[in-house]
Design a protein around this ligand. Structure first.
Ligand code: NAD
Length: 261
């Protein structure tokens, strides 16, 4: 029996934990050879071994790291069929509204979220183009589509990713590479990142973490929590050949949150 991502060599950044790990597991279930890349070496190595993949240490904000990782993948795997630019950060050390944002935090968030995504596309495209096909999935967010005063830098970085995705899609189409590029926009999934945001909102509003969590949950029109697997299924579709005519799209997976904002 063949899977929906059978034999596809897929690099997942930030793949050691959170949504990246769910994406890596789902792709492996469908036959992909998953290349887990992260700065979290222990968790990344353990996951790669669990799903029969390979781990690469990669700080997505470093161009030197990208050059080394893509060269290693070309050597180890002979090519690359897909890239999931999933690694990202949200929380600042200090506050993150427009009056309190710290310039160093702003740059740190952009370095990982925006530089990381652009560098990933830049260095993976030539390797994918050699085989005449490929799929890139960039993790954006509903924060790219609706304003959120408490994550100003994060929202700006995710809006940049959504815009960049469409530019990359057009570039690859015009170049005739056979490479598609799409963005996925999760709503809120209780990963380490989301828990940190909820804790901060609970602290800053004095409502506490539990009440802030309840407030966040109440904003999902479908009325149930979103699971990491919901994002993994969407990414699988965009990696699979089922989406062969889909490029430059923004796939929103948010239980309807953008409908009411
Ligand atoms: P997470 O914090 O739970 O996991 C992030 C992973 O990225 C970790 O394994 C971490 O080690 C890795 N990472 C961090 N910095 C890195 C770097 N410089 N280089 C390589 N790896 C690095 O986050 P998550 O919730 O799983 O989010 C994954 C992606 O989904 C992010 O891009 C995030 O913005 C996006 N997203 C998440 C949500 C959500 O509700 N969780 C909502 C919208 C968008």
């Amino acid at each position: 029996m063949t899977g929906r991502a059978q034999a596809k060599r897929v690099l997942v950044t930030g793949g050691a934990t959170g949504l990246g790990a769910a994406i890596a597991r789902r792709l492996a279930e469908e036959g992909a050879v998953v290349l887990v890349a992260d700065i979290a070496e222990a968790a990344g190595t353990a996951l790669a071994s669990e799903i029969g993949g390979q781990f690469y240490r990669l700080d997505v904000s470093s161009e030197v790291d990208w050059e080394a990782a893509i060269a290693a993948i070309a050597h180890d795997c002979g090519g690359l069929d897909a890239l999931v630019n999933n690694a990202g950060i949200a929380s600042s050390k200090g506050g993150e509204d427009i009056e309190r944002i710290d310039l160093a935090d702003l740059h740190r968030i952009f370095a990982i979220n925006v530089d990381g995504t652009i560098l990933g596309c830049k260095h993976a495209i030539p390797l994918m183009a050699k085989s005449g096909r490929g799929s890139i999935v960039n993790l954006s967010s509903i924060a790219a589509l609706i304003p959120a005063a408490f994550v100003i830098a994060y929202g700006a970085s995710k809006a940049t990713i959504a815009h960049t995705t469409r530019s990359v899609a057009l570039h690859c189409a015009q170049a005739g590479y056979g490479i598609r590029c799409n963005s996925v926009h999760p709503g809120q999934v209780r990963t380490a990142m989301m828990n940190t945001i909820i804790e901060r909102v609970g602290r800053e509003t004095n409502m506490g973490t539990d009440a802030a969590g309840t407030l966040f949950d109440s904003q999902i029109p479908l009325g149930c929590p979103q699971e990491p697997e919901d994002i993994a299924h969407a990414v699988l579709f965009l990696i699979s050949d089922e989406s062969r005519f889909v490029t430059g799209t923004q796939l929103i997976v948010d239980g309807g949150m953008t409908l009411t904002n």
